[in-house]
Design a protein around this ligand. Structure first.
Ligand SMILES: C[S@@+](CC[C@H](N)C(=O)[O-])C[C@H]1O[C@@H](n2cnc3c(N)ncnc32)[C@H](O)[C@@H]1O
Length: 261
């Protein structure tokens, strides 16, 4: 059923198209009857651009439902990491095309899911596609989508029984230290509620050193907290371990015991 959903892709199509066009253009220059020096320079640039195009193309295919289906596998990992059947209200922060929100509703018939995103122009996701995904999966009465900012969620403290998020916190440009976006997510989680987040938790420019991030988490009133690199939880091709793909991505899950300070 989930195969019919429009996932979109974590690699933007327009980035791939631009890189492909640039690489093709420089290959063309390299084979035109131009002075040799110019052709050699064009050839070197063409090789570099081709590598810069082929790697994201490979990642695109591995993430896609028609290729390696990694997006679906990662959503399944998030859902399993919640560790219990859900009831009540769940939130997906930075929902993209809403597939994780829809999958949550499909897995747990007793849950109502909100997917939120700011749906800016820098990504190729849309609220209309979220609504269409919920309709085609037959869960639209239990899933709704709202526009908002993950840095300042327009929800009450402790409003949700479960919260998920995938590859979104590091994208929140208005907050330098991304652990503060995690804190904001946990603010709207009920004491006793569960969470599972995937992000670049092992990338120091977003979260600082892992030990500092763990120390910060310890201040958030959580229990049973687990932080692992994604490759400790999921098998995937070694090529995707590059730091710009999934190399520095981790999963963080657990339960909230106290109100977030
Ligand atoms: C890599 S995409 C991941 C989308 C989705 N979670 C998925 O798994 O396909 C990052 C998402 O974060 C969203 N985003 C970026 N900044 C945001 C913000 N400040 N508030 C809410 N969403 C944001 C983007 O619109 C985009 O949908």
């Amino acid at each position: 059923m989930s195969e019919k959903l429009k996932y979109g892709n974590w690699i933007r199509k327009r980035v791939l198209i631009n890189l492909g066009l640039c690489a093709s253009g420089t290959w063309l220059l390299a084979f035109l009857p131009l002075p040799n020096g110019l052709r050699i320079v064009a050839g070197i640039i063409a090789i570099i651009l081709s590598a810069s195009f082929l790697y994201p193309l490979y990642a695109y295919l591995m993430f896609s439902p028609r290729g390696g289906n990694m997006q679906a596998k990662i959503y399944n990992l998030i859902i399993e990491s919640l560790g219990q059947p859900l009831r009540g209200k769940a939130l997906d922060i930075g929902t993209g095309n809403g597939v994780l929100a829809v999958r949550l509703a499909q897995c747990f018939p007793g849950v109502r899911v909100t997917g939120m995103d700011y749906w800016g122009n820098d990504w190729e996701y849309a609220k209309a596609v979220c609504d269409e995904n919920a309709r085609s999966a037959g869960v639209s009465e239990r899933v709704s989508f709202v526009k908002g900012d993950a840095a300042a969620l327009e929800f009450a403290d402790g409003e949700f029984d479960a919260i998920v998020s995938n590859l979104t916190f590091h994208e929140v440009k208005s907050v330098a230290q991304k652990s503060e976006v995690v804190k904001e997510a946990l603010r709207v989680l009920k004491p006793g509620g569960v969470f599972a987040f995937i992000d670049y938790f092992y990338e120091s420019r977003y979260y600082g050193q892992v030990s500092d991030f763990e120390a910060r988490l310890a201040q958030f009133g959580l229990s049973n907290v687990t932080l692992r690199t994604i490759d400790q939880k999921l098998k995937f091709p070694a090529l995707l371990r590059h730091r710009r793909a999934l190399g520095r991505v981790g999963i963080l899950y657990g339960q909230k015991v106290n109100a977030t300070p």
